[in-house]
Design a protein around this ligand. Structure first.
Ligand code: OOB
Length: 570
């Protein structure tokens, strides 16, 4: 049974759309057509190298990728997923992920880009928000699920949550909970690659390419996550331009060490950028330097994308025990601020060009260019993809500040959303009346147009590139019977960028609970959201209006001794 269609949340005004079409930014191509064209054009070239559910290495040509898409689409259809239906992905970096993603596109279904580290709380939220027809998981890998039984247990918890929340909704049917190991990709070789017969190429409506193609996840600043509707036209525009800026060509070999469906790894230029030009993609089952360096040597990798802590780990590993990285030409670093001291080491130690990437799943992506001066490559986070990206840097009253002065970054453009899926009033406040997205980032702009990220306004912790909404963690903590109040803040950390510090005020007369971490885990929160440190206070400082003051707490924490006499490592 097919679900209700997605609400029309893609809110570029019609005259703006017409302008993006006329300028050639938006094409008529959908993802199904994109895939089909790649398979035909690059047929016998290598497309994907990665492990399958059984842990065996697979090596696919573009033709095999076509066959995998057909297999994925048939498999999804067999489990009741139809065109337009949403499918939550919960897959580690395996060939199954590629088959399900390509299969969803070929079918015209809309993938929701869950991360392998997400657990039942988050997955149930995504499924509910997207009204998903299926959630697709796989045991093993970075998910930390050892076997099919653990995946089944996770799925049972998701089913319980959804049943509790949704069963009263008229017409609600639970999503299918699927194990992608049953795709049996080990037997792919014999598959046929007739993408033409699949419904994704025949999306109905006036402009298929301007419909929602996929739902990205917002880093989040609230207790409830937000889904980001990206259209075929806007996403493919960002992919094509990214591939051009990064000078990708068919001879490149891209290493995917970060979670493959994250916006960075998928589209900046990432997996889709590689497919755009006929290059090949190597999926690293884990991001450690050991695994990555082995793959770089074996597959002659030319291009890799990292978050800052991984860049640091690669530099340290290469210093300790040099691997043969001669094939590697470019290392991109993004997702969180790269310290200039680390930036300076990347190029000489790894023997590559460094490219900084400052992007967001909502749209805007900035790259330093390969021919930028050293200073810019080391200290700035780059220039926007497109001259049609409008950048506004404003003060507290939304008045533009001069170049060189720090302010809040607002943006609007041909691949930046104008609204979230089914927005709450709070989510709507992330956009100005004239459609600019409030990024929550603080930046200053150099005369060259390069942006330097100086800080953040949003209630979010950026731990090694993974985003944690403080509200969500605090709400989960306060649900513990011994916890009266809780505040999460990001503390500077030389490796992670920020680590999560949870400050707790206990209920009167209660002792420090020994099971707080376990409690948070049992709430269904992903492991990366759990606090690195818990400190207990007798009360929180408050603002003039009586709200807990994060700013004051941060200041107090900086003078750590004065508040952490009762601190304990979590
Ligand atoms: C990427 O996307 P998201 O959606 O996980 O996170 C976006 C946020 C930005 O608003 C900013 O706060 C932070 O992550 N960020 C950076 C950064 N890159 C992202 N902060 C400082 N320096 C950087 N280089 O993280 C993302 C999406 C596409 C490409 C690359 C990263």
């Amino acid at each position: 049974m097919s679900r209700a269609p997605l609400p029309a949340t893609v809110t570029w005004p019609e005259e703006v759309r017409a302008g993006y079409r006329a300028a050639g930014y938006w094409s008529e191509q959908t993802f199904a057509a994109f895939l089909d064209e790649r398979v035909r054009r690059f047929g016998e070239r290598q497309a994907v190298v990665g492990v399958d559910a059984a842990g065996a290495w697979q090596r696919w040509t573009y033709r095999d990728l076509g066959a995998a898409a057909v297999r994925g689409a048939d498999w999804l259809r067999g489990h009741g997923v139809g065109p337009g239906d949403r499918v939550v992905l919960h897959l580690p970096n395996t060939v199954e992920l590629i088959a399900v993603l390509a299969g969803a596109f070929a079918l015209g279904a809309v993938p929701v880009m869950g991360l392998p580290s997400h657990r039942d709380l988050e997955l149930a939220q995504f499924a509910r928000l997207a009204d998903a027809a299926a959630i697709v998981g796989l045991p093993g890998g970075a998910q930390g699920l050892r076997d099919a039984a653990e995946l089944a247990a996770l799925h049972a918890r998701i089913a319980d949550r959804l049943q509790g929340e949704e069963s009263s909704r008229p017409g609600w049917t639970p999503p299918a909970l699927l194990d992608a190991a049953t795709l049996r990709l080990g037997e792919l070789a014999a598959g046929a690659a007739d993408l033409d017969s699949l419904p994704g190429k025949a999306i109905e409506g006036p402009r298929p390419a301007e419909q929602v193609a996929l739902l990205q996840l917002s880093g989040g600043t609230t207790g409830v996550p937000k889904l980001i509707p990206r259209t075929h036209a806007d996403y493919l525009y960002s992919v094509r331009e990214s591939a051009r800026i990064c000078e990708l060509d068919a001879d490149q070999v891209l290493l995917v060490a970060l979670p493959a469906v994250h916006n960075f790894a998928l589209s900046s230029p990432g997996i889709l950028g590689a497919l755009e030009v006929g290059a090949s993609v190597v999926l690293a089952p884990d991001p450690s330097p050991r695994t990555a360096f082995g793959l770089i040597e074996r597959e002659r990798v030319t291009f890799a994308s990292l978050v800052p802590p991984l860049a640091q780990a690669w530099v340290a590993a290469q210093r300790r025990r040099p691997a043969d990285l001669a094939s590697l030409r470019v290392v991109q670093v993004g997702g969180a601020k790269l310290a200039p001291s680390v930036a300076e080491e990347v190029e000489p130690v790894l023997g590559v060009r460094l490219q900084q990437v400052f992007g967001m799943a909502e749209g805007l992506v900035n790259y330093t260019r390969y021919d930028d001066a050293d200073e810019l490559r080391h200290t700035s986070q780059g220039l926007p993809i497109s001259s049609a990206d409008e950048i506004l840097i404003v003060d507290a009253e939304d008045r533009p500040v001069p170049d060189g002065v720090e302010g809040a970054l607002l943006t609007r453009g041909p691949y930046t959303i104008r609204g979230y899926l089914r927005p709450t009033p709070e989510a709507e406040a992330a956009f100005t009346a004239d459609g600019f997205y409030r990024t929550g980032d603080r930046v200053r702009r150099l005369p060259s147009g390069h942006l330097i990220v100086t800080g953040r306004d949003k209630d979010q912790i950026n731990r090694a590139g993974e985003k944690i909404a403080v509200d969500e963690l605090e709400e989960a903590a306060v649900a513990h019977p011994d916890v009266h109040d809780a505040l999460a803040i990001g503390e500077p950390d030389p490796y992670l960028g920020e680590r999560i510090c949870l400050l707790v005020v206990l209920e009167t007369g209660r002792a420090e609970p020994g099971d707080l971490r376990e409690h948070l885990r049992a709430r269904g929160l992903a492991e990366f959201k759990l606090p690195d440190r818990v400190a207990y206070l007798s009360s929180f400082p408050t603002t003039a209006v009586g709200k807990n003051s994060r700013r004051e707490l941060r200041r107090l924490l900086a003078e750590r001794e004065s508040v952490t006499t009762t601190a304990s490592e979590a």
